[in-house]
Design a protein around this ligand. Structure first.
Ligand SMILES: Cc1cc2nc3c(=O)[nH]c(=O)nc-3n(C[C@H](O)[C@H](O)[C@H](O)COP(=O)(O)O)c2cc1C
Length: 269
C-alpha cells in the first residue's frame, strides 16, 4: 500500500515532462482524497449538547424582575465557575457615525443600577467611534453555562476621579503599558513598545505614574438587557428586559411589568 502510494506520489509530483503545473495539484488530490478542499472544514457539523429539557429558563426562574439583579445572579455564577477563566470578558460593539460596525473584547470592571463599566484608550478605534456615536452593545458568552447576556445602551465617559482611582489600582506594569501604547495606531515592530516601556519604567521608577489623559473609563447605561440560555433542542430561552416606550402598557401576555421601570418579554429563539 505504502509502495503504491509512494510511487503514485512521485508520478504525481514529477508528472509527464511537458505537463502543465496545473495538473499537479489535481493528481495530488486524487491520491489524498481526504485532503479535498472543503469550504467549511467540518464547522457546519459542530453541534454542542446544551442542557436537558428540564433545564429550561422560564419567567419563574428570574431571580429579579429587573436586569441588574438578574445580571448579578448570572454573573456571580459565571465568575465562581472554575472552568471560566475570564467571566468578565465581553464583546463590545461600536459603530462609526456612518454606520460601519466594529467589535472587540474588553473587560467588565464594574456594574450596578447606573450601568456597566470598562476602561480603555479614548483615542483607540472604539474611543473614536464612541465619540461620534455613543450607542453601543455588550455581549457575554459563558459556554460552560450555555448562557449569553446582550446589553444595549448609551455610553458616556466616567469621571476623571473614577478613572484615576481605577488606573492607580492596577499593577504598575499595566499602568506603564497603558502609557506606552497608542492603542490602535500602526507601529513598526514590538521593539517600539518594549523600548517605550523601558523608558517609562526608568522615568517613573520612584514616582506615582500619572494616568494619561487619553486613558479612562466608560459606562454603558442600558436600555435593553437580554438573558439567553441554550437548550439542546435549539428551542433556546430568551428573556429580554427593556425600558418601555412612553405609550407602552404591559398586557401581561407578551409584555410583562418588571421592577424599577423595566418591562420584560420572551423572544422566540
Ligand atoms: C479577553 C480580552 C479582554 C480585553 N480587555 C480589554 C480592555 O479591558 N480594554 C481595552 O482597551 N482592550 C482590551 N482588550 C483588547 C481589545 O480587544 C482590543 O484589541 C483593543 O482595545 C483595541 O481595540 P480597538 O482598536 O477596536 O479600539 C481585550 C482583549 C481580550 C481578548
Amino acid at each position: 500500500m505504502c509502495v503504491f502510494s509512494c510511487q503514485a506520489l512521485i508520478r504525481a509530483v514529477q508528472g509527464p515532462p511537458a505537463s502543465s503545473w496545473l495538473l499537479k495539484p489535481l493528481r495530488l488530490h486524487s491520491i489524498f482524497p481526504q485532503r479535498k478542499m472543503s469550504l467549511d472544514s467540518g464547522v457546519s457539523g459542530m453541534r454542542a449538547s446544551y442542557r436537558g429539557r428540564q433545564d429550561v429558563f422560564t419567567e419563574d426562574d428570574l431571580a429579579f424582575k429587573e436586569p441588574i439583579g438578574q445580571f448579578k445572579e448570572w454573573f456571580d455564577e459565571a465568575r465562581n465557575n472554575p472552568q471560566i477563566l475570564e467571566a468578565n470578558a465581553m464583546c463590545l460593539a461600536t459603530s462609526s457615525k456612518d454606520g460601519n460596525p466594529s467589535a472587540r473584547y474588553v473587560l467588565l470592571k464594574g456594574f450596578g443600577p447606573d450601568g456597566f463599566k470598562f476602561f480603555t484608550n479614548y483615542e483607540s478605534r472604539k474611543g473614536k467611534e464612541l465619540d461620534e456615536n455613543p450607542k453601543a452593545a455588550l455581549t457575554f458568552y459563558w459556554d460552560v453555562l450555555r448562557r449569553s447576556i446582550r446589553i444595549e445602551g448609551k455610553v458616556s465617559r466616567l469621571s476623571e476621579e473614577e478613572s484615576d482611582d481605577y488606573f492607580h489600582s492596577r499593577p504598575r506594569e499595566s499602568q506603564i503599558g497603558a502609557c506606552a501604547s497608542n492603542q490602535s495606531t500602526p507601529i513598526s515592530g514590538r521593539d517600539v513598545l518594549t523600548s517605550m516601556e523601558q523608558e517609562l519604567t526608568a522615568k517613573y521608577s520612584d514616582h506615582v505614574i500619572p494616568r494619561p489623559s487619553h486613558w479612562g473609563g466608560y459606562i454603558l447605561i442600558p436600555h435593553s438587557v437580554e438573558f439567553w440560555q441554550g437548550q439542546s433542542t435549539r428551542l433556546h430561552d430568551r428573556i429580554r428586559f427593556r425600558l418601555p416606550k412612553s405609550s407602552e402598557k404591559p398586557d401581561g401576555r407578551l409584555l410583562h411589568q418588571g421592577d424599577n421601570g423595566w418591562v420584560y418579554e420572551r423572544l422566540a429563539p
